[in-house]
Unconditional design. Structure first.
Length: 206
């Protein structure tokens, strides 16, 4: 087992509850990871009955963010299954991207059932999620001087994901795959600049 897998498993083993699924998200899923990119792990856990029916409200989200001994930064976030279904109902695109991510680390039969159920939650209202996120990323891009490549790629990524979802009803979070459909000439150059440099690399304007 290589160092990366060892570090990922070490973080997952610190999660105290049974896991329904874990996937890799962030820049690795989106298709523009750099050498220093974090590994973002996202997933769903199940709380024991004693915590659900207890007097104190259960902790719905578990977060572990740390740099491992081999220098790998890992950011783990898991939500309790009830919260995940609440996010589905709120038309949250992130949880759909995590659920349908091809970069699976842990899968269970229950996660496959959730995938089938989640299809019924996809509506045109998800467009608002992607438009809102694109606006926020554009603000981040506009306020940096010099501007950074990563926020600009995020703008394109979420817009293309949202458009593709509205057109097909399918989730695709990888900008390289998306650009096979949209054929934007400048995307490949932006991806190359980002992946060949560091997370906070800037956009050289000419």
């Amino acid at each position: 087992m290589n160092h990366k897998n060892q570090d990922l498993l070490k973080v997952l083993n610190r999660q105290p509850y049974p896991l329904l699924f874990i996937t890799i998200s962030g820049s690795h899923l989106y298709g523009f990871s750099s050498a220093d990119s974090d590994y973002d792990l996202r997933g769903v856990h199940i709380l024991p009955i004693r915590e659900i029916i207890g007097l104190n409200p259960p902790k719905e989200t578990i977060e572990i963010c740390e740099v491992q001994e081999h220098g790998l930064p890992v950011d783990l976030v898991t939500h309790e299954i009830k919260k995940i279904f609440g996010l589905f109902l709120k038309k949250n695109g992130y949880v759909l991207e995590h659920l349908y991510s091809p970069l699976g680390v842990i899968h269970t039969p229950a996660s496959e059932e959730i995938k089938e159920l989640a299809k019924s939650f996809i509506t045109r209202h998800h467009a608002h999620h992607y438009l809102g996120f694109a606006r926020n990323q554009w603000k981040l891009f506009a306020q940096d001087n010099p501007p950074k490549i990563k926020p600009l790629l995020y703008v394109f990524r979420v817009l293309l994901t949202g458009i593709y979802l509205m057109q097909t009803g399918k989730i695709e979070a990888n900008i390289i795959e998306l650009n096979q459909e949209f054929n934007l000439s400048y995307i490949a150059d932006l991806i190359a600049r980002k992946t060949e440099s560091l997370e906070k690399s800037v956009l050289a304007l000419t």
